[in-house]
Design a protein around this ligand. Structure first.
Ligand SMILES: [Mg+2]
Length: 204
């Protein structure tokens, strides 16, 4: 079995330290906001959701990389102040025997800073990149499986968002575990839902 892990608000809280509203305004002022992406509802902040929807809408176009670079400036600043989610240490200890991939919507530089800052050991990292359609598409998950040399039915994916679950389903991953972080309403379809990261250990 291999583990596919979302990063933001699953392992580490990055979002609360990133000024996604300023990122969105900059995207808007440079004409990157086109609308038109159909994305799952989730509990992220309004600006975060809008920024991520821009990336989904621009996926596969030649404007994607520039938009991603604009967002990454803000993410890198947030990554330097990011904090561990409750239960991170227990989770890392409890999963030390498994091969792991990070599958994240964050850019590569922000991801690297977060993993280093919090000492999270992983085998594979698939951050957002121009040649893969971002979650909720399955492309990033498929790439992570390929790099791990594992089949979808050998994988368990863990994430805090409905976007993660949809990406897992789109890639044919056998099991998804949703971490609610205490929110009372969610739209997870999986029966494996836990309030806190370390409780994921019950289902793997
Ligand atoms: Mg997340």
């Amino acid at each position: 079995m291999v583990l596919l892990l979302d990063l933001d608000k699953t392992l580490v809280n990055v979002e609360d330290y990133v000024d996604y509203c300023s990122a969105y305004r900059e995207l808007e002022s440079r004409g990157y906001v086109t609308g038109g992406a159909s994305v799952p509802e989730t509990y992220w902040g309004r600006c975060t959701l809008r920024v991520m929807a821009v990336l989904v809408a621009l996926a596969g176009t030649d404007r994607w990389a520039d938009a991603s670079r604009i967002i990454e400036k803000y993410e890198v600043e947030g990554a330097k102040r990011s904090t561990p989610m409750p239960g991170l240490r227990e989770f890392v200890r409890g999963t030390s025997g498994y091969r792991k991939a990070i599958v994240t919507l964050l850019g590569g530089e922000g991801t690297r800073i977060v993993l280093e800052r919090h000492g999270i050991p992983v085998d594979v990292v698939v951050a957002r990149r121009p040649d893969l359609r971002p979650k909720p598409h399955g492309d990033q998950v498929v790439k992570a499986l390929e790099l791990l040399g594992a089949r979808p039915d050998e994988a368990v994916m863990v994430g805090d968002s409905e976007w993660d679950e949809e990406a897992a389903l789109n890639a044919g991953v056998g099991r998804f575990i949703g971490v609610t972080n205490g929110r009372e309403t969610h739209r997870f379809r999986t029966p494996y839902v836990v309030p806190r990261l370390d409780e994921v250990l019950r289902y793997i």
